[in-house]
Design a protein around this ligand. Structure first.
Ligand code: DX5
Ligand code: ZN
Length: 216
């Protein structure tokens, strides 16, 4: 499976109407929203009102990546605004019990749920949650900013997730986020990624759909 999820963090916010149009007219299947609180990560992005402009003007799947210290509160705000999928950070939770409780809390609201790991978090921590998850997001940059360099240690995590999924007959999707371009996309697919998140690479293209195509 090859899903492209443009991260609108890098779009032109002076020109949202055009940006939504070029995403809709491309072969991208999802839209990726990077929600940052200035606490879990050293940056602040946008809230549910900006998100709703996209929700109300696109039928693509709304993939919301919350980089926040209070994932339940923020996740619920975005579910109310129309998120189809909430992806929260393992590192934002106090313990495994909180991770499980949050997965259940979001699933009970009939949306897809993903769990994300920062680049320096070991993949081992995720095993106990894999059978409950719709998606795992492997960060290939430190969360907080677009335009950073892809960290190759993400590839081993992708391989682990793919193997584990096959051996255990599970169905979660594997997503990778950060520094994605046409130069590393094949490595990511080969290692196990089903979905590539791309921000700066896509939004700097003159022809957005050519950019999406180059990642498919
Ligand atoms: C980083 C975000 C990413 C980022 C990707 O915290 O989670 O989604 O916007 O941007 P690029 O593709 O420019 O690395
Ligand atoms: Zn993201």
């Amino acid at each position: 499976m090859r899903i492209i999820a443009p991260s609108i963090l890098s779009c032109d916010f002076m020109n949202l109407k055009e940006e939504i149009k070029r995403i809709n007219e491309s072969l991208a299947q999802w839209i990726h929203f990077d929600v940052m609180d200035g606490h879990f990560v050293p940056n602040i992005s946008f809230g549910p009102d900006i998100f709703k402009y996209f929700k109300n003007n696109s039928s693509l799947l709304m993939d919301v990546h919350i980089m926040v210290t209070n994932p339940q509160f923020v996740g619920d705000l975005f579910i109310k605004a129309g998120a189809d999928q909430i992806v929260f950070h393992y590192e934002a939770c106090a313990d495994d019990h909180e991770v499980s409780a949050l997965i259940k809390h979001f699933k009970d609201q009939d949306i897809k749920v993903g769990l994300s790991l920062k680049p320096h978090t070991s993949i081992d921590v995720i095993e106990t949650f894999l059978k409950e998850l719709d998606l795992v997001l492997i960060m290939a940059v430190e969360p907080g900013f677009g335009g950073q360099k892809f960290m190759v240690n993400a590839l081993d995590k992708l391989k682990y997730l793919k193997e584990y999924r096959t051996i255990n007959h599970l169905e979660y999707l594997i997503q990778v986020d950060g520094g994605i371009s046409n130069e590393n996309k094949e490595l990511c697919y080969k290692a196990g990624a089903d979905c590539l998140v791309a921000g700066s690479y896509l939004f700097k293209q003159d022809n957005f759909n050519d950019g999406v195509n180059s990642l498919l």
